[in-house]
Design a protein around this ligand. Sequence first.
Ligand code: GLN
Length: 562
Amino acid sequence: MIKVAHLAFLLFRVPFFRKNEALKSMAKYIFVTGGVTSSLGKGIIAASLAKLLQARGISATIQKFDPYINVDPGTLNPYEHGECYVTEDGAETDLDLGHYERFLSTPTSQANNVTTGRIYQTVINKERAGEFLGKTVQVVPHITDEIKRRMMLLGVEGKYDVVITEIGGTVGDIESTPFIETVRQIQWELPVDDVMVVHLTLIPYLNAAKELKTKPTQHSVRMLSETGVHPDVIVCRTEHPLNDEIKRKIALFCNVKAGNVIESLDASTIYEVPLLMLKEQLDLIVLKKLNIQKFNEPDLTKWNIFLDKLKHPKSTVNIRLIGKYIELQDAYKSILESFIHAGAMNEVKVNVVNVHSENLTPENVNEQLSGLDGLLVAPGFGNRGIEGKIIAVQFARENKLPFFGICLGMQMAVIEYARNVMGLKGAHSVEMDPNTSHPVIDMMEEQKRITMKGGTMRLGSYPCTISKDTLAYKIYVTSEISERHRHRYEFNNAYLKAFTDAGLLNSGNNPATGLVEIVELPQHPFFIGVQYHPELKSTVEHPAPLFVHFIEAAKKYAAQKK
Ligand code: GLN
């Protein structure tokens, strides 16, 4: 028998008996978990669902909780984790946040991406400050309370009707256990129609048996249920349509409502997934479960126009992307998506071929870069492949080929001009050559005292003033813009006059510091380099103007060749 003292102890210790202030929320919560395997596209399903809700007049935001220990992905090699996406407020985040923004056209922030590392950092800092008043600090309730606070955060302000949380990793991973436990607590504490769980799984097709298999899904739902979390909807990734019988079987064995098992067929483009989910009525299932009664017919007019143009290009342009992480598509995710947006705008298919800058030499450049209509030199860090990038810039400049340099790509354009036009032998960035005789790219003053790596670059949105009668002005059609950054080095203004005199025009600057943000070549049909990352703000409904004009220039170049 439980003694009274034991009961009192339990009441005091077990978290769900304690009142939690954060749970007074205005929003409803949807959690998206993944089963069977990683890379099923939880981010795309979350973004598609949010898009459908938005199209029905419901305001939604999406956040991602990642189980790894890094405080953020800023220090991760792109080979490990793909591109590091940067938000307006300067958070270095998971690339899924890029999808959220591209689908919704609303900015995310630091609060939209949380890792285990950040949770522990907060709790440990509190412990060091003595805020736990002598208590033993534990995963439950202290870590889960902090996860809960952050999971609910975006919903408490009243800004959103729905907060969608994507839980990184796969159900069953040791690392994601505290996140799933927190979902259980939230599901337990909130009214039933304020919270729901969407579980994304894989239905593999066995070619030998010519059969779709449901067992892995059954196992993953069982594993999720063992932790006390029960899915309301199961979204099945599949290469073949699921018939009613299979859907019924999954529903029965996984204990969800018959209509709540839906298929997510492989799509030719991620931008089609919202329409596939609309067809499967995922939005209506969600609205019903969350008891949301006020909503409109979905307005996807702009989205459909974009998709139509994307699927029916009138011609093709060939772009070379010169970078050093080309083996991994995800490393340049936002750039590749920006090309898709800009291609649709121009009604062309953008065929992007990645070229490893390490493989470019003065001897093979003509052959390697032949037959293309535009050249983009990608962002990056470190010395590897640098000379190849400079060779590529020279090729584009001399052959009047449309050129677009982003961040490191802009810095390479500056170095190339210094060396090959201005005759500044050995000109370089101090990032690659600290002892260069001509440091045309130098470390930013405020960076010189920084020793820590994580979150210390010049990050996030900064204004830029554009001079009239320039290519940049023609592109943006305004003199005041703001774009996102992620860099430590900058154009060295000690050389500004020499560059201007030699014909490289500085057309955009930070109004407060004078930092060079844009350079261009007036004598060239399209040659522009920017210190910032325009790809981070390109969305389906608002493609980045620089990409749109670059592709337009490539289209013209292609037409002239004919
Ligand atoms: N490595 C360069 C810098 O830090 C460029 C960074 C980038 O391309 N994002 O300035």
